[in-house]
Design a protein around this ligand. Structure first.
Ligand SMILES: *Cc1c(COP(=O)(O)O)cnc(C)c1O
Length: 358
């Protein structure tokens, strides 16, 4: 199978090789060193500040989204949530569950935000902002500069879910004034699912330290304390952390974030050019390099997914809910090549010739 989904995605040989081995004991100076290096490279790739900290959570991306909310917000906050799809909706539901006062900015499918829209929320006492910078469910990529300006001028604490955008799109934690950045192992990091990562600014660490979190596993105070010596409070997904280490070191060695991002944007642009003549429409106002969301005109998008899976050995990413028959997504993250793009493009053109894609 060739995997064009948005996670889990294809890993390279070296990462796979680590996955085939026994998991080592981890309360050792050797593992601590690996973890401290993971933290160092994560900070480098996100342009975090010297005193920012990185926490590795064993749990999928949603675990880190929830941990972030529980640790940096309280009932005294007033949070703005961008809700443009199922991941924005998830943030809103988490605020609900944890009694964090919030206002949703609900967007129509495929629509982004602009300065005018945010201006309406100036000087209204908001203290926090939650956004999935790439709303993976619809493929909309919001403009982080606009959000950053809004948060800076209103002195708002900014939490960015960059789970599917990290490594695919440019991101500078310090320049943008991002207080919490979240990502995960199974998107562009191209490792198995199971680890999510939270980067905390000094302001965020302060909030964590002064917050009374009613949870043991998700109290980030413990994670921060243990992290000082490269450890975690509980047994982490040790194997995946070793795979992440391999991947991070590779990215660093190959020239860093710019090179990685260029590789992904090249794959995305190549694919988008190859399918221009097909009856498929890009259905987002603004795109991340990570994903191309496509709507079909006169056929079921879900049927295209099933046919590619069963007859061509290719996974694309189907949509759920209302969009199931209208939209599918093609990911450009993970260990993919231009040759893979050619195979997918050929398969789609074949479906067009057969009258299945119309
Ligand atoms: C993948 C993803 C998540 C995390 O989902 P999990 O299934 O919990 O790993 C969260 N937000 C966005 C924007 C994502 O793309």
């Amino acid at each position: 199978m060739i995997n064009f989904t948005v996670g889990p995605v294809q890993s390279d040989e070296k990462v796979l090789e680590i996955g085939s081995k026994n998991v080592p004991y981890f309360r050792t100076p050797e593992f601590s060193e690996i973890m401290l290096e993971n933290e160092r490279i994560m900070k480098k790739l996100t342009f975090a500040s010297e005193n920012d900290r990185v926490v590795f959570i064993t749990g999928s991306g949603t675990a880190s989204m929830e941990a972030a909310i529980m640790n940096v917000f309280t009932q005294n906050d007033k949070v703005l949530v961008i809700n443009g799809g199922s991941f924005g909706q998830r943030f809103a539901e988490m605020c609900e569950i944890h009694d964090i006062p919030y206002t949703e900015i609900k967007l129509q499918t495929g629509k982004t935000i602009d300065e005018e829209l945010l201006k309406k929320y100036d000087n209204q006492g908001y203290t926090g902002f939650l956004v999935n910078i790439h709303e993976t469910s619809t493929g909309v990529y919001y403009n982080l500069n606009i959000i950053s300006d809004f948060c800076k001028r209103n002195n708002i604490f900014l939490v960015v879910d960059a789970i599917s955008s990290f490594l695919a799109d440019s991101f500078n934690m310090t320049e943008l004034g991002v207080d919490v950045m979240i990502t995960g192992s199974q998107k562009a990091l191209a490792c198995p699912p199971g680890i999510s990562i939270i980067i905390l600014s000094e302001k965020a660490i302060n909030r964590v330290m002064n917050n009374n979190v009613k949870s043991m596993y998700f109290d980030l105070k413990l994670a921060l304390k243990n992290g000082e010596r490269g450890q975690t409070p509980f047994t982490p997904a040790v194997g995946i952390l070793l795979q992440i280490h391999e991947r991070l070191k590779q990215i660093e060695k190959n020239g860093g974030i710019a090179v990685e991002q260029k590789k992904i944007s090249k794959l995305a642009n190549d694919f988008r050019n190859r399918i221009k003549d097909l009856p498929l429409d890009i259905c987002s106002e603004s795109l991340s390099n990570a994903v191309t969301p496509l709507s079909t005109r006169n056929c079921s998008a879900y049927n295209i997914f099933t046919t590619l899976k069963d007859e061509y050995g290719i996974w694309i990413c189907p949509n759920g809910g209302d969009l199931k028959d209208k939209v599918f997504r093609v990911g450009h993250i993970g260990n993919l090549t231009i040759n893979d793009n050619i195979k997918l493009s050929d398969a789609l053109h074949d479906l067009f010739k057969k009258g299945i894609l119309k």
